[in-house]
Design a protein around this ligand. Structure first.
Ligand code: SAH
Length: 251
């Protein structure tokens, strides 16, 4: 055998051995449900591409947020039939007629909450649990409320399987917030409403921020910051969210 052919053969043998070792490692590390180290690293590459090509270019700069977006496996939060497009920058249907927001919007809303030093964050509208996971990568305690019980059951299963231990859940109408745990350093509402719920403003710590979509069909994404004197309000952009549903339609 001439030497280039020998080099090629030895390269092939090395690659086969490497593949074999990785496959054995995947088996040993207990990765289940057909996943493997190969699949995980392919998904990581997809996430990195999503961050580099879609989220950064959408204007999000906060490195803490970008790191969280690189870490959370969005494909675990979407129905299996959408798994292949889990890292496209699009909202996707989850069950019960609800949607998981597009990644660049999740990143934008998270960035606007300015979470440096935040300890407790409240989310209204758990849905798939994806936004809660992104928050849980950044702050010590996430509280999240979902009105549709089966969605919360599913989200809790996903979050537990992924090892999130700092997400506290409640089934009910998030309009009332979570008074026993207030004040919150930040509150995020991921369903649309035509006015700002007073209980959420009340449960914000001084210096804390509330972000939410205000409006009916299309909404303006609004950011409130509680100051010692009152609240500052800022309009961020136009968005489209599913509506916030009230348990009893009295306000
Ligand atoms: N943040 C979610 C997506 C939210 S979709 C994610 O990352 O996947 C909006 C969610 O808000 C839906 O799951 C809907 O059931 C829920 N929702 C609607 N009205 C609500 C209310 N009053 N309180 C709590 N959750 C509500």
């Amino acid at each position: 055998m001439n030497s280039p052919a020998r080099a090629l053969t030895s390269l092939r043998i090395t690659s086969i051995m490497l593949i074999h070792c990785l496959a054995v490692m995947a088996g040993c590390s207990g990765i289940s449900r057909g996943d493997s180290l190969f699949a995980d690293s392919a998904r990581q590459a997809e996430r990195d591409r999503m961050v580099d090509e879609q989220i950064v270019s959408s204007g999000v700069k906060d490195s803490v947020v970008l790191t969280a977006m690189r870490r959370v496996p969005r494909h675990k939060f979407v129905p299996a039939r959408y798994s292949t497009i889990a890292y496209h920058d699009v909202p996707l249907p989850i069950s019960h007629g609800q949607t998981i927001s597009q990644p660049s919007l999740v990143a934008l809303m998270t960035e606007k909450l300015a979470l440096q030093g935040a300890k407790k964050v409240l989310e209204i509208g758990t849905g798939s649990g994806y936004q809660a996971a992104v928050l849980a990568e950044i702050v010590p305690h996430v509280f999240t409320i979902e009105i549709i019980e089966p969605l919360m059951t599913e989200a809790t299963r996903t979050l537990t399987e992924l090892g999130y231990r700092n997400i506290h859940t409640r089934v009910g109408d998030g309009y009332q917030g979570w008074p026993e745990e207030a004040p919150f350093d930040a509150i995020i509402v991921t369903a649309a409403i035509d006015h700002v719920p007073q209980p959420l403003l009340d449960q914000l710590a001084v210096g804390g921020r509330l972000i939410l979509p205000i409006g009916r069909y299309y909404q303006t994404l609004e950011l409130y910051r509680r100051t010692a004197e009152g609240y500052e309000r800022k309009i961020i952009t136009l968005v489209r969210f599913v509506p916030l549903v009230r348990e009893q339609q009295q306000e």
